[in-house]
Design a protein around this ligand. Sequence first.
Ligand code: SF4
Ligand code: SF4
Length: 82
Amino acid sequence: MFLGVKAEVKIMVTILIDEEWCRGCYLCVHFCAKKVLSRSRRRNPKGYTLPELTALEKCTGCESCEFICPELAITVEKEGQE
Ligand code: SF4
Ligand code: SF4
């Protein structure tokens, strides 16, 4: 027999985008299931248009954006909170 205890755990997520490394492919925008990231009009010094965080409150910290970015420009930092 198993006994379970249910607990709500909240996490704080920080999404770091290294704008110098970004090449504007927008894979991060397409692969974020929660639509946290959007296209922006801002460009980096190389001329690539950048993504921006428009709904960070919806982020689950799934790290898909970090894994999918071919330029390793995204880092997802998570901090647990009870
Ligand atoms: S996946 Fe990486 S390189 Fe592509 S737009 Fe997003 S941050 Fe930039
Ligand atoms: S960690 Fe997941 S939910 Fe958060 S921005 Fe990245 S892909 Fe979207």
